[in-house]
Design a protein around this ligand. Structure first.
Ligand code: ADP
Length: 153
């Protein structure tokens, strides 16, 4: 099954939204195989947001993403990357549709509560960036037959 990396950003932690977001992930049927609370620093953010390092707002990203701890998670499921990107909604919370995490819980294109990997390839790289291999569990729930049809597995 596909894996994706999720970060509950400081804007989610500070606003007490972690439980609500985790609850939605579980209700959807995405399988959590790793989770840890971390304090990020500039070095890991320079790697993680390498595509944005030259942008004028990059110092703001570093300031906000290091302003409080984050919760990192690995989710597993069929098409997990696309499914969780869809649940997350577009970057700007004001443009995200109701029903998405950003659409329901934020008003910002910066303090936008969650990070979601944008491709299968990047998900693998990002998971390796935030987790040691042994921290990602080989866990599959017993009720898999209620999450998927046999011919989907
Ligand atoms: P996404 O998180 O939706 O995949 P990007 O990879 O483009 O979006 O951007 C990464 C993060 O950088 C965004 O989630 C947001 O927190 C921050 N960011 C993006 N654009 C801006 C901006 N113009 N001003 C401030 N922060 C931004």
């Amino acid at each position: 099954m596909e894996q994706t990396l999720v970060i509950l950003k400081p804007s989610a932690i500070e606003r007490g939204l972690a439980g609500e977001i985790i609850s939605r992930i579980q209700k959807k049927g995405l399988i959590i195989t790793a989770m840890k609370m971390m304090q990020l620093d500039e070095a890991i953010l320079r790697e993680h947001y390498a595509h944005l390092v030259e942008k004028p707002f990059f110092p703001h990203i570093v300031a906000t993403m290091t302003s409080a701890p984050v919760i990192c998670m690995v989710l597993k499921g069929i098409d997990a990357v696309a499914v969780f990107r869809q649940m997350t909604g577009p970057t700007n919370g004001r443009k995200a549709l109701p029903g998405t995490l950003r659409g329901d819980f934020c008003m910002s294109g910066s303090a936008n509560i969650v990070h979601a990997s944008d491709s299968v390839e990047n998900a693998e790289i990002e998971i390796r960036r935030f987790f040691k291999p042994e921290e990602v569990l080989d866990y599959t729930p017993k009720n898999l037959g209620f999450l998927y049809a046999e011919d989907e597995l």
